[in-house]
Write a protein that binds this ligand. Structure first.
Ligand code: GLU
Length: 507
């Protein structure tokens, strides 16, 4: 099977507004987005807020923020509008109510007046009989008197779907092929609640139909509901869209169950704060349940749009691997991002670490000299960083001045002969730096050669010599390479830091 590319796909992401979306749901949204973009179709954002009790304030912003950050844009949605507005289900109640009425008139649905207590008692009895929970269809055939009595008592009914008691229904799941089931195994589900709000089963279907959705891409946890949905599609005379149920994302190895908050970060804000690059997270999410050729792992967004095929979505569960995500993130940082792009993405982390002010970070590119300096500073961490969060602690020395570097004098010694030895090394380097020409000062190899000369003159190993300026310049015993730090800070600042180190050693 291949994607029906002849037909532009209209797909949708239909989150419930319950806060920041789980990355598993976003992964499904990314699949739907890729299919729409690949086929020249449209991608719709629809907010499924029919369960008003679960609604969390600010969710729309959280959803938009997540999609924006991942680089997923939608063509129609709550704030964008579109030919099928409104895109909030709570504002579309008349549609669902009218289809529910149609089903009642056709004899495919009925009002149910059962109280919650009665439903609970029914379930208890079923439990004792070891039958799965479900409705006993009491109201399916109640008498006119009983119905009148319920209405007189002011009971607001729900609407249930009247599932045929006999026969079989089959449908074609895009990834799993033909699935058949006995109608007798399906429950008479509620499709419209007593407050006039629909349940998911009716709402998503009506919206997908009215919005012209061609491919329903959703989590595989919806598979058990598909038999009911097929009967509903038929009763409503809706064409059945292509149903693509994408695999679950499981917790990392060793942990049971679906990827959960308890075991991993599950929202994009957490990944953003932890220094993940949006493109890397997106790339990794797509690999959770999809592959191109079983070996390519790095895909930029345009490549994904070009290569994505829904028939390569797997049916087995995908296991989340924080290590693999980190590897992909490091790959983007080390090999894909340009130096400037990388520095730009480091700015919020530098601000967070107190190395830049908010204002400086916002206007940094207006001062080209300063901007070049920041790009060069961040570059010192680019080859090794696995996350953007690692950059500020690595290059903090570049944003401090000589006086604000705090470290114990003993750190300057390393394998040298005590404080005296360290003083000799630093003094030797200062003298050498002052002697070499300015042009040699920005050449890594010439600088290293100069430092080697100091080592030779003092009869020391290169490592012993490099140790002292490392600490003097960075304030740390682990830092970027010495020549790189000299070049970044410049001769004047470097000499100043080393002179301060000498007084620290003497003091
Ligand atoms: N609102 C449903 C959910 O969040 C959407 C499922 C679907 O995509 O149809 O699970």
């Amino acid at each position: 099977m291949t994607t029906d590319v002849a037909r532009p796909a209209r797909t949708r992401y239909a989150p419930s507004p319950t806060g920041y979306p789980h990355i598993g749901n976003l992964r499904t949204a990314v699949f739907a987005f890729l299919l729409a973009r690949k086929t020249g179709g449209q991608f719709i954002l629809r907010i499924e807020d029919t369960d008003q009790k679960r609604k969390v304030e600010g969710s729309l912003d959280a959803i938009r923020d997540s999609l924006n950050w991942l680089g997923i844009d939608y063509d129609e949605g709550p704030d964008k509008g579109g030919p099928h507005s409104p895109y909030f289900q709570s504002e579309r109640l008349p549609f669902y109510q009218s289809y529910a009425r149609q089903l009642i008139e056709q004899g495919n649905a009925y009002y149910c007046y059962c109280s919650p207590e009665r439903l609970e008692a029914v379930n208890k009895t079923r439990q004792a009989q070891k039958v799965p929970p479900g409705y006993d269809r009491h109201c399916r055939n109640i008498s006119q008197e009983e119905r009148q009595a319920a209405l007189d008592a002011g009971i607001k009914p729900v609407v249930r779907f009247r599932v045929p008691l006999e026969g079989k229904t089959s449908y074609n799941d895009y990834l799993r092929g033909t699935i058949s089931f006995d109608n007798s195994t399906i429950n008479d589900q509620v499709i419209l609640k007593s407050d006039g709000f629909p349940t998911y089963h009716l709402a998503y279907m009506v919206d997908d139909y009215l919005m012209g959705v061609t491919h329903v891409m959703r989590g595989q946890e919806w598979i058990p509901s598909v038999p009911l949905h097929i009967l509903l599609y038929k009763a409503l005379n809706f064409p059945i869209p292509i149903l693509v149920h994408v695999p679950l994302i499981l917790n990392p190895p060793g942990e049971k169950g679906k990827l959960s908050k308890r075991n991993s970060a599950v929202s994009v804000v957490e990944y953003r704060k932890a220094g993940y690059v949006a493109e890397a997270l997106l790339n990794y999410l797509v690999l959770l349940g999809w592959s191109y050729d079983d070996k390519t792992e790095i895909f930029t967004l345009p490549e994904l749009i070009e290569k994505f095929e829904i028939n390569r979505i797997q049916t087995t569960d995908a296991r989340f691997s924080p290590e693999k995500l980190e590897w992909i993130n490091a790959y983007y940082i080390n090999h894909i991002l340009s130096e400037e792009d990388f520095a730009r993405r480091c700015l919020p982390f530098l601000t967070e670490a107190g190395l830049l002010t908010q204002e400086e970070a916002e206007n940094v590119e207006s001062d080209q000299v300063r901007w070049r300096y920041i790009v060069e500073a961040c570059r010192l961490a680019k080859d090794k960083a696995k996350t953007l969060l690692e950059v500020a602690p690595e290059v903090d020395f570049a944003f401090k001045n000589a006086e604000s570097l705090e470290y114990p004098a003993e750190d300057l010694i390393g394998k040298n002969d005590g404080k005296e030895g360290a003083i000799r090394v630093l003094g030797g380097i200062i003298a050498k730096l002052k002697a070499i020409s300015a042009s040699a000062y920005s050449d890594r190899d010439l600088l290293l050669a100069a430092l080697d000369e100091v080592a030779a003159e003092l009869e020391l190993k290169r490592g012993q010599v490099l140790w002292c300026p490392r600490v003097a310049l960075s304030g740390k015993t682990r830092s970027p390479g010495c020549p790189e730090m000299f070049i970044l800070l410049g001769v004047e600042e470097s000499v100043k830091r080393m002179e301060l180190a000498i007084s620290k050693l003497k003091g």
